[in-house]
Ligand binder design. Structure first.
Ligand code: FES
Length: 362
């Protein structure tokens, strides 16, 4: 999960109608004033941040449902029959697949239901194999080892909400929408995807409140700009967004000119590399030296030489790819390692070299 506030920068171009955009500084000041007014009026819903407690669980697949073209949901129950740990909207499970792959999937069921969890997975032909394994090898009665629930995309209080989801990115958003509806908070949802047939949970969402849900399949409306997605943001609202990288990039780019005051987003793919510089990585046990280009991660390059190297989130928050560093200076870009771990460990999915070769215990 990432949280964005508008930042100062070059003057933005005029909008699609050629109108100048509001001055950025005044926009930010206006949004701060709106937040303070909402807090003062008592209409800002406060919610406790979730406690992070990891549980190792063995779950059984109780039901598999086709939710859309290429997307299935899996309902999971405790093998012991016990109640499941509590979770909040935005939480995910780390699933250990029979192959040893670890993947994170957002919980998209009902947090009040302690008897089962629900995750939904789109089968990605060009992915790394985790979604194909779940679709092809996991069925009713299969056992899965999971860890969690953890919440890297917390749903915090706000006076009103705009939810934006792209495709399978609806999974963390769905329980948030239901929570906002249950709280009686004003909300809007803009839901995009390749086509209606490919978009899971359409019925569930439109049953919730038909008037607040805007369905925008690309095959009918084209790929939306951030400004189009943000156009119905209520004044002073908080935006929660999950979807493919271009959708998030558009929302981030156009957020400052919107009526919303806060943006939270979650990616389900690796973030683009910022300020990347090429470096060398030596794999001590494998006796290999590899070059990591400026625009690729060490994980990507190492996987070409060692296909079984463990990884999961590819965003520096799960710790699955942590690797012992034998020498070299690391530019740590993760959100998971403790300060005292950083002396000799790095997350190879996001962290890079400060300059010079890094030698890893691989
Ligand atoms: S894969 Fe999750 S921290 Fe690297």
């Amino acid at each position: 999960m990432s949280t964005d506030q508008p930042s100062a920068g070059a003057a933005p171009p005029p909008d699609l109608r050629g109108r100048g955009r509001p001055d950025r500084m005044f926009t930010i000041l206006g949004k701060l004033i709106t937040i303070l007014e909402l807090i003062a009026s008592g209409s800002y819903i406060r919610r406790r941040p979730p406690q992070q407690v990891d549980h190792d669980l063995i779950l059984l697949v109780e039901e598999v449902r086709a939710e859309a073209d290429g997307a299935r949901s899996f309902r999971l129950v405790a093998a012991s029959g016990a109640q499941l740990p509590r979770w909040q909207p935005g939480s995910h499970l780390q699933v250990l697949l029979p192959s040893g792959r670890r993947r994170h999937y957002s919980l998209c069921g009902d947090p009040a239901d302690r008897s089962s969890y629900r995750i939904a997975v789109r089968r990605l032909e060009g992915g790394h194999g985790g979604s194909r394994e779940l679709h092809d090898s996991i069925g009713k009665g299969s056992a899965l080892a999971v860890r969690g629930p953890r919440n890297a995309f917390p749903f915090v209080g706000a006076a009103s909400y705009l939810f934006i989801a792209g495709g399978i990115g609806i999974t963390p958003i769905l329980p948030m929408v239901k929570q906002a509806a249950a709280d009686g908070a004003p909300w809007q949802l803009v839901y995009t995807g390749r086509s209606r047939a490919s978009m899971p949970f359409l019925d569930e969402l439109t049953e919730l409140d038909h008037d607040r849900v805007r369905i925008r399949p690309y095959d009918r409306y084209g790929f939306p700009s951030g400004a189009e997605l943000l156009a119905c943001a209520p004044e002073g609202s908080t935006v929660y967004c999950c979807g493919p990288a271009p959708l998030i990039a558009g929302v981030r780019r156009d957020f400052a000119a919107s009526a919303a005051v806060a943006l939270h987003y979650e990616r389900f793919t690796a973030a683009p590399i910022r300020d990347g510089v090429a470096f060398e990585v030596a794999l001590q046990r494998s006796n290999r030296v590899l070059t990591v280009p400026a625009d690729r991660s060490a994980l990507e390059v190492i996987r070409e030489a060692l296909p079984d190297v463990a990884f999961s989130c590819q965003q520096g928050f799960c710790g699955t790819c942590r690797t012992r560093v034998l020498s070299g200076e690391v530019d740590h870009r993760d959100r998971v390692l403790l300060e005292n771990e950083r002396a000799d460990t790095m997350t190879i999915c996001v962290s890079r070299s400060r300059g010079g070769r890094i030698t890893l215990d691989l």
